[in-house]
Design a protein around this ligand. Structure first.
Ligand SMILES: C[S@@+](CC[C@H](N)C(=O)[O-])C[C@H]1O[C@@H](n2cnc3c(N)ncnc32)[C@H](O)[C@@H]1O
Length: 301
């Protein structure tokens, strides 16, 4: 099961209209999508995207709804489908609920979690790209160190990278268990509240799926696809994502005469000056919500 995070807050910000056009960039298990569909009338439309085929497979019930169009693609490529549907530039609300879904994390074969043994895959789209095992087998020690430091904020990045490179000369690191054990044996114990492999797994997942690059490339495309008074909501789960969203939203909300004349975007305003976080009850019911932060930008009317 995937429980949608900050659902009431998202609906309050998006205020779906019965005949509105909405976009869910991260369909996952369709929790947010289902709630949006419930608010749409016959003429409302929801365009949903996910790069993971398992997302679509798990929600055949929702995909049967004629008001929903699902496209399996990275959200950075969503513009093509939105233009083909002739809704780009007239979207009333967009949601990005970043990161991985609970089923992705909980399915050992997907290789996202150190809590379940499985092949070290970590690709959200298993039809293309390099697995985490393949990347770890070929990357230089300094690239691995850089990845762990930058995307995992792992203080022991150098030590872990060295250990990975030493260890791969003996045997391939092709399972989540092997990697988790290797990191646990390398990072000093007792220093962290988290499992010692948490940061390494986060870093590799971000690297393998180019998560920050996808986000940075997609935000301008989504902003420009909004209708006047349309809103873009983004839920992020770690500071690296949230920093990109916060900066981009702030920058978009600058007075319009601060942008160079030939390429001025539509004026925007910050709907959320501070990020919206889940309340105690939601965190207690769904511990994965704890690190969620929601921000919203509106295109001027
Ligand atoms: C946190 S889950 C979304 C959960 C969903 N809101 C729900 O209520 O079920 C994130 C989903 O976004 C997808 N995803 C992450 N990055 C993506 C990207 N760049 N392009 C398309 N889908 C992406 C993942 O495959 C995952 O299914």
């Amino acid at each position: 099961m995937h429980t949608p995070v900050l659902l009431n807050e998202v609906l309050t910000l998006l205020q779906p209209r019965a005949d509105g056009v909405y976009v869910d960039c991260t369909f996952g298990r369709g929790g947010h999508a289902q709630a949006i569909l419930q608010r749409l009338g016959d003429h409302g439309r929801l365009y949903a995207f996910d790069r993971d085929q398992a997302a679509a497979d798990a929600r055949a019930d929702l995909l049967a709804d004629a008001r929903l169009t699902f496209t399996r693609t990275p959200f950075s490529a969503a513009r093509t489908a939105l233009e083909a549907a002739q809704v780009y530039g007239s979207i009333d609300g967009i949601l990005m609920d970043l990161g991985v879904s609970s089923p992705q994390l909980d399915t050992g074969e997907r290789g996202f979690s150190f809590q379940h043994d499985g092949p070290l895959d970590m690709r959200m789209d298993q039809s293309c790209g390099e697995t985490a095992a393949d990347w770890l087998a070929r990357a230089s020690q300094s690239d691995i160190e850089q990845c762990l430091w930058q995307y995992g904020e792992e203080r022991h990045a150098r030590r872990v990278a060295r250990r990975i490179c030493d260890s791969r000369t003996q045997a391939v690191i092709d399972s989540t268990r092997k990697l988790a054990d290797l990191v646990a044996a390398t990072v000093p114990r007792g220093e962290q509240r988290l499992h010692p492999a948490t940061r390494t797994f986060q870093a590799l997942r971000i690297q393998i799926n180019d998560e920050l690059g996808e986000l940075s490339r997609t935000l301008p495309m989504l902003r420009d696809g909004l209708a006047p008074a349309g809103r873009l909501c983004v839920i992020s789960f770690h500071s690296l994502e949230d920093r990109i969203v916060k900066r981009y939203f702030r920058d978009s909300a600058r007075p319009i005469d601060e942008f160079p004349a030939p390429s001025r975007p539509a004026p925007c305003r910050l709907v959320t000056r501070k990020s919206v976080v889940p309340g105690d009850a939601e965190c207690a019911a769904n511990p994965r919500a704890r690190s969620a932060r929601l921000r919203c930008l509106e295109r001027a009317a």
